[in-house]
Design a protein around this ligand. Structure first.
Ligand code: V47
Ligand code: SF4
Length: 359
């Protein structure tokens, strides 16, 4: 029978917990007990170090043919509030970021009906020329699949061409909840969960590191969350290509999902991060995205198994279009202070988790 004691014994012995164990933890109200196990699992991997990086998000366009029900960021072409940045503007933002000390640009956007694949290749090349010091982390598996469809090229070829143009790694977006029944409700036009995993597998095989996200706090059950994490854990066993797991707390404003909820609770946020740390034993990093969590929960999460705080960001749009109350950016000093006050050692990292400087 699954009990807290049997799970605790496994974690203390460094053994993997099962999906049933993870579900048991989700149903438990022992937040501090779960947190203690997560902190132990994290301590073994990362000691007292907490990573952060200095980056800038650039969303080239919010025009998207998918129009997922949860997404407050996207617009239909020509709709009020739709925008597409020029190459010059994208480069201007990248250069500004580099001058301000960023080491990474994080680029994701909508699936635009009229832009061609060459535009995206050109974007990477132009950034590489303008701001050669920046690592380019760009395009979700959803975008990669779309590039393959609009260009007629295989996914492998698309990845190869983007790498030649300067792609350094991929973010973890578009995963949402990988369970089909949930995707049908929240993002019916988006590629299937199986397809998302397949494209990530190809990216890992092409030598790219990626992240994995999980959008939670909408229509999914806790069993769906566990299934989602189990699919990621299985793929990670195969490829080892995931760097960080990032649970994204659903922001409810301006969404087409009709929900009675006003967002996730702090308790659910901490529990989800902690269970992720315990369950995903083959992921090195669990990242708290303070934009969606708020700074206070993100800071507390450092005692619940989290070892990475994303980031300085600058000009976040996706969460704020959906009502996120956090600031739109954070200074490096602010992040360092958050980490220090939690009794941890702040370590600035590059995108591939090489430590650059500790404070
Ligand atoms: O895939 C969209 C999510 C993702 C909402 O890899 C929302 O380092 C909450 O993937 N409420 C894009 N979430 C952002 C993303 C990300 C963010 C930070 C770091 C990394 C990384 C990746 O944002 C989408 C979707 O799951 N999203 N709308 C919303 N209303
Ligand atoms: Fe488009 Fe991504 Fe928003 Fe879905 S989540 S509508 S794919 S921008």
């Amino acid at each position: 029978m699954t009990t807290y004691a049997t799970i605790s014994a496994k974690v203390r012995a460094g053994q993997r917990i099962t999906a049933e164990d993870a579900l048991f933890l989700f149903e438990s109200h022992d937040l501090l007990g779960i947190g203690e196990l997560a902190a132990l699992a994290n301590e073994r991997k990362n000691g007292a170090h907490v990573f952060f990086n200095v980056n800038r998000h650039i969303n080239p366009t919010n025009v998207c043919v998918n129009r997922c029900a949860f997404c407050a960021f996207s617009r239909t072409a020509g709709e009020d509030g739709s925008y597409t940045l020029t190459l010059d503007e994208i480069c201007r933002r990248a250069l500004e970021a580099e001058k301000e000390g960023a080491t990474e640009v994080h680029i994701v956007g909508g699936l635009h009906p009229d832009l061609n694949f060459e535009f995206y290749e050109e974007t990477l090349r132009a950034i590489r020329l303008t701001a050669p010091g920046l690592h380019i982390k760009a395009f979700t598996a959803v975008e990669i699949e779309y590039f393959s469809r609009i260009s007629g090229l295989t996914v492998e070829k698309v990845l190869q061409r983007l790498i030649s143009a300067g792609l350094g790694s991929m973010p973890g977006g578009g995963a949402e909840i990988l369970v089909e029944e949930v995707r049908r409700k929240i993002c019916p036009e988006k590629i299937s969960g199986g397809h998302w995993l397949e494209i990530i597998r190809l990216a890992h095989l092409a030598g790219l590191k990626t992240n994995a996200t999980m959008l939670y706090g909408h229509v999914e059950t806790t069993a769906d969350r566990v299934s989602h994490m189990e699919m990621l854990r299985n793929l990670q066993d195969e490829t080892g290509g995931f760097q960080a797991f990032i649970p994204l707390a659903f922001q409810t404003e301006n969404s087409d999902l009709n929900l009675d909820i006003k967002g996730t609770s702090g308790l659910d946020d901490l529990k989800t991060l902690a269970i992720a740390r315990i369950f995903l034993d083959n992921f090195d990093h669990i990242k708290a995205y303070w934009i969606m969590l708020g700074e206070k929960i993100a800071q507390v999460s450092l005692a619940f198994g989290v070892n990475d705080l994303d980031g300085t960001v600058i000009e976040e749009k996706i969460g704020h279009d959906a009502g996120a109350q956090s600031p739109q950016s954070q200074t490096k000093e602010g992040i360092i202070r958050l980490i220090r006050k939690a009794g941890k050692i702040p370590v600035e990292r590059d995108t591939l988790y090489h430590p650059m400087r500790s404070y």
